[in-house]
Design a protein around this ligand. Structure first.
Ligand code: C2E
Ligand code: MG
Ligand code: MG
Ligand code: MG
Length: 282
């Protein structure tokens, strides 16, 4: 009895694995065509200055409007894009679109300081030897000044290939681009080595912000990270601010920027434009 149960379990497991492999393959095939079929789109989430509650810029967040499955989260398809190398063309597409849109906003809204744009960069993209050349080309094509572009990378990119990363960061800096470390706190979280890389800002992962109000320990951690970042001349962005209590605490710490549902969800381009419009008028 036990044996047959074991067998059945095994079979279920295999079938499950098979189903998953097939759907992964399907996803991969679909993703290949997604760019040309214009199924990819960019949402924009405001990054707000906590000093005056004004929109400083946006983070570009990729979405896939799949023909049968609907909107697919980047958490699901970015790993597939990485694995297949599709992240390279997709990444350049995101950069181009986001820079282009930001330039349009800058020309449209001249009464406010030029809006900035944060673009996520994956490890594979970062390992491309011509990344800087391509970004330079995109900046020229879109007319966006490099100082308006912020590139987000994770700590693991810096750790895993420190020499290459240092070289890339210097090249990007020469274009005026600012470098942000994304999801800070979830990885190695060593502030001392970040100093060696001339990082401009840290984005504290939203898991820390989320538990800030409820447990003192997280509050202390966010406070300590913020202080140390400031001592190292880095700005701090708090991710995932959802309550006004969290906002108040972060303002008390002199955290420079914030992002989260309290201000706005990621928005489609038209809605983002409307948000800027309404913030300019008040
Ligand atoms: P991320 O770069 O850390 O982006 C922040 C994520 O937090 C976004 O998820 C955003 O929608 C979500 N978020 C923002 N505020 C709140 C909040 O108040 N509460 C909660 N619960 N969530 C909030 P999203 O858009 O699903 O993106 C997930 C991840 O996918 C991103 O994390 C990033 O690592 C990756 N990603 C997105 N777009 C791109 C892209 O163009 N290229 C690459 N390489 N990765 C991307
Ligand atoms: Mg990010
Ligand atoms: Mg993040
Ligand atoms: Mg993330």
């Amino acid at each position: 009895r036990a044996k047959s149960l074991g067998k059945a379990r095994h079979a279920v497991f295999d079938k499950d694995m098979h189903t998953r492999a097939v759907s992964l393959l399907q996803l991969e095939n679909d993703l290949r065509r997604a760019v040309e079929r214009q199924e990819l789109l960019i949402y924009y989430q405001p990054i707000v200055s906590l000093h005056n509650n004004r929109i400083r810029g946006f983070e570009a967040l990729l979405r896939w409007n799949h023909p049968t499955r609907g909107l697919i989260s980047p958490e699901e398809f970015i790993p597939v894009a990485e694995e297949t190398g599709l992240i390279i063309p997709i990444g350049y597409w995101v950069l181009h679109q986001a820079c282009h849109q930001t330039r349009i906003w800058q020309e449209q809204f001249t009464a406010i300081p030029p809006l900035t744009i944060n673009v996520n960069c994956s490890g594979k993209q970062f390992a491309q030897s011509d990344l800087t050349k391509q970004i330079d080309r995109i900046l020229h094509e879109t007319g966006l000044n490099g100082v308006s572009l912020n590139i987000e990378i994770t700590e693991s990119i810096l750790i895993e290939n420190a020499d290459l990363a240092a070289k890339m960061l210097l090249q990007l800096k020469n274009l005026g681009i600012q470098l942000y470390v994304d999801d800070f706190g979830t990885g190695y979280s060593s502030l001392s080595y970040l100093h060696n890389f001339s990082i401009d800002a840290l984005k504290i992962d939203r898991s820390f912000i989320k538990r800030m109000g409820s447990t003192n320990q997280k509050y202390e951690l966010v406070y300590t990270i913020t202080q140390m970042a400031h001592n190292l001349n880095m700005n701090v962005v708090a991710e995932g601010i959802e309550t006004s209590e969290q906002l108040r605490q972060l303002q008390d710490m002199r955290c420079e920027y914030g992002q989260g549902f309290l201000f706005s969800q990621p928005l489609q381009q038209e809605a983002a434009t409307a948000l800027i419009q309404s913030s300019v008028c008040v």
